[in-house]
Design a protein around this ligand. Structure first.
Ligand code: CTP
Length: 426
């Protein structure tokens, strides 16, 4: 294992080494587990450390957090803790545990267990490996179900026949990992998955768990591939039987991917963008208003997310037709696009092939969006204008003039304000 660990960035190696010291000090064996180990062997970048501890995960986490001087969130009920480092890195720490599923799709009853019980409760062999944290010679891989072999065979395999019954969200996870790594779901696992689908087990899962897993699929690098495979194996009927993406939806997904990359080039400074929401909105746009309402409510999306989806679906046709006109003033383009979220603008751009619309959107993102006035409220005040709604009205007029190139400098803006103010009073 040493050769895998050697390739990690310095900071991650140092975190693992500190965890090793805490393990020695507390005499509690600690292991890196799950996705981190899988990706370490695959050589895929993944710095989300997942640590499981034989003893008390919380005690371990407290000592670890003290050494790292990091923030610590303890989830007493689950015996788990999360460390949040200053650079945003998250480290999840748990106590080795076993799980019993009282009935199909219900949340498991969790009790303390050994490391192998902890690994054998997991979804797939490739996620059921642990790497002991300790001094160099001590770093051994614990792999009770042949996860490393499955990684080299490029296959997704469950650990036991009841896996999908215990947790039907594993249907979505199997597809997600298969498509992410270009693996194949192993034949007997595929048979179990098909059986779980034909028993409609996904419809037994709580809506918020389905939502979380669907969002994870839409956050993957190639959501079109994910949803296509989901449609061929399970369909989206667990969300709505009316939801049937087709070839043109997948084409749109590809176009969204291209527009998102372009957007990120225009705004490289990490402007927050919920990319998954663009894909989700594209799916919702296939449905009518009542159905969208039903879905967003049952999935308990956040208010802001629901609003962005609804407003896009409702104004799409009208705004596409308005933005497709050739001769629009900058101020008109600004007033059409400013109220929209960036997610909606990207989706509009991906949806339409109209050249005018595309140019207007590019101009908005590259130029108009960044236009700022030189004047401020202070200037209006010193001109003797009494604060009130009139301020917004004046700013809007000056901005329109500025966008349309009628004013440029601070002086121009002041002259225009005086003129507007005079005519307001007349
Ligand atoms: N796990 C599981 N069953 C689930 C969810 C998670 O067995 N329904 C286990 C797997 O061992 C997984 C680990 O918990 O590796 C951590 O879960 P999560 O963070 O969701 O997955 P990762 O494997 O880290 O996947 P990703 O790379 O997408 O973050």
């Amino acid at each position: 294992m040493r050769e895998y660990l050697k390739k990690l960035p310095k900071e991650i190696k140092s975190l693992i080494s500190i965890a090793g010291k805490v393990s020695q000090e507390t005499k509690m064996p600690a292991y890196l587990v799950g996705g981190f180990v899988r990706d370490l062997i695959l050589g895929v970048k993944n710095f989300d450390l997942d640590i499981t501890v034989g003893g008390s995960g919380i005690l371990f986490a407290e000592k670890f957090a003290r050494r790292l001087k990091s923030e610590l969130n303890i989830h007493e009920r689950f015996g788990t803790a999360t460390l949040i480092l200053k650079n945003g890195t998250k480290i999840d720490i748990a106590t080795t545990r076993k799980e019993r599923y009282p009935n199909c799709a219900a949340l498991p009853v969790v009790t303390l267990g050994s490391l192998s019980e902890d690994l054998l409760r997991r979804d797939f062999t490739i996620n059921a490996m642990a790497l002991k944290i300790g001094c160099d010679s001590d770093q051994q891989l614990v792999d009770p179900s042949g996860g490393k072999d499955d990684l080299s065979r490029k296959q997704i395999r469950v650990l036991h026949d009841l896996s999908f019954q215990d947790d039907p969200t594993r249907i979505l996870r199997a597809i997600r990992f298969e498509q992410r790594y270009n693996f194949k779901i192993e034949p007997s696992t595929l048979k179990l998955l098909n059986e779980a689908v034909s028993l409609s087990l996904l419809s037994k899962v709580s809506a918020h768990r389905l939502r979380d897993d669907l969002i994870l699929m839409l956050k993957e690098d190639n959501p079109a591939k994910q949803i296509k495979r989901l449609m061929s194996l399970a369909s989206l009927s667990f969300i709505s039987s009316k939801l049937k993406p087709d070839k043109s939806t997948y084409g749109l997904f590809k176009a969204i991917g291209r527009e998102v990359s372009r957007f990120k080039k225009i705004f490289p400074s990490n402007r927050k963008l919920d990319v998954w929401l663009i894909y989700f909105t594209a799916l919702m746009a296939l449905l009518g208003k009542a159905e969208i309402n039903k879905i967003t409510r049952s999935l308990a999306l956040r208010k802001g997310e629901e609003k962005r989806i609804m407003s896009y679906c409702q104004m799409r046709k009208k705004i596409i037709s308005q933005l497709s006109a050739k001769d629009l003033t900058a101020a008109r383009i600004f007033s059409l696009l400013k109220p929209l979220s960036f997610e909606a603008i990207i989706l509009l751009n991906a949806t339409s092939r109209n050249k005018n619309l595309k140019k207007h959107i590019t101009d908005f993102l590259k130029i108009y969006h960044g236009v700022r006035l030189h004047v401020s409220g202070k200037d209006l005040h010193s001109l003797g204008i009494i604060p009130g709604p009139v301020y917004q009205k004046i700013f809007a007029k000056v901005l329109t003039a500025k966008l349309n190139g009628r004013v440029t400098t601070y002086q121009d803006e002041l002259v225009l304000i005086k003129k507007i103010n005079r005519s307001e009073r007349e």
